[in-house]
Write a protein that binds this ligand. Structure first.
Ligand SMILES: C[S@@+](CC[C@H](N)C(=O)[O-])C[C@H]1O[C@@H](n2cnc3c(N)ncnc32)[C@H](O)[C@@H]1O
Length: 234
């Protein structure tokens, strides 16, 4: 997924306010009167949320991509980081809070994948603990004519990442991300294909219920996409 662009990830998403998102997440945990000490971030990418969340929690991370994990390891010395797939994840222990943020859940692609991944995430939630999943864009909010673009303009790095015109088919989206990257060494163009599943609010909530957690939808969310919350009974 990110094999050609891992080294560009932090520059491309530098517009995201990870510190504010972590504060909001911590607020959600505190509002539920959870005396939470441990937190697992699944699909942690380069570890930007973990870097903030470790102010309050003993954190661990999981991602399937070794290149993104290598960047997270440099950022988060001393933090246990595991390479694993969220649909089969089994770390053999539980955490007070388990997160899966920035729509990473969409990469499971199918409704079956959503159920399997949610069950695996839920297996890691301690009694009384909280699961927080940030969904991908809901089907009713997808605008097929929208052309998405991100630009990076640093002294020695220019990037234009553009994708557009994707139409959901069988509740799946194929996004061809075109990158034009300029460095002191020259300019290159490449395409990365991302296949994601589009799930409804009910599919997200049902998956959490199937995993035996109490399900709740938070409209405000962290990044305008809402949040799916699952609470395990004490
Ligand atoms: C949009 S990025 C989000 C990364 C990070 N959470 C953030 O907020 O910057 C999606 C992440 O999901 C990871 N991912 C995709 N499929 C996965 C899977 N099956 N298991 C674990 N991680 C996965 C990717 O490697 C990538 O790090």
């Amino acid at each position: 997924m990110f094999s050609r662009s891992a080294h560009l990830y932090d520059a491309i998403y530098s517009y995201k306010d990870y510190a504010a998102e972590a504060e909001r997440l911590h607020g959600l945990v505190e509002a539920r009167a959870l005396d939470a000490r441990s937190l697992l971030d699944v699909a942690c990418g380069t570890g930007m949320h973990l870097g903030e969340l470790r102010r309050w929690y003993e954190v661990e991370g999981v991602d399937v991509d070794p290149q993104l994990l290598a960047i997270a390891r440099e950022r988060l010395s001393g933090v246990p980081l595991h390479q694993a797939d969220m649909t089969t994840l089994d770390l053999g222990r539980t955490f007070d809070v388990v997160t899966c943020l920035f729509s990473s859940i969409a990469y499971v692609r199918t409704p079956e994948g959503l159920v399997r991944a949610t069950a695996a995430l839920a297996r890691h939630v301690a009694p009384g603990g909280l699961l927080v999943v940030e969904p991908w864009i809901l089907p009713e909010d997808w605008i097929p004519s929208h052309v998405a673009a991100v630009f990076v303009d640093e002294p020695e790095l220019k990037v234009a990442r553009i994708n557009g015109g994707a139409v959901p088919k069988d509740d799946r989206l194929v996004l061809d991300m075109h990158y034009l990257v300029g460095t002191p060494g020259g300019a290159e163009h490449f395409i990365e294909r991302h296949e994601v599943g589009m799930f409804t609010k009910e599919q997200y909530l049902d998956a959490v219920r199937e995993a035996a957690l109490d399900a709740e939808w938070d409209d405000e969310g962290l990044f305008g996409r809402g949040l799916v919350l699952g609470r395990r009974g004490a």
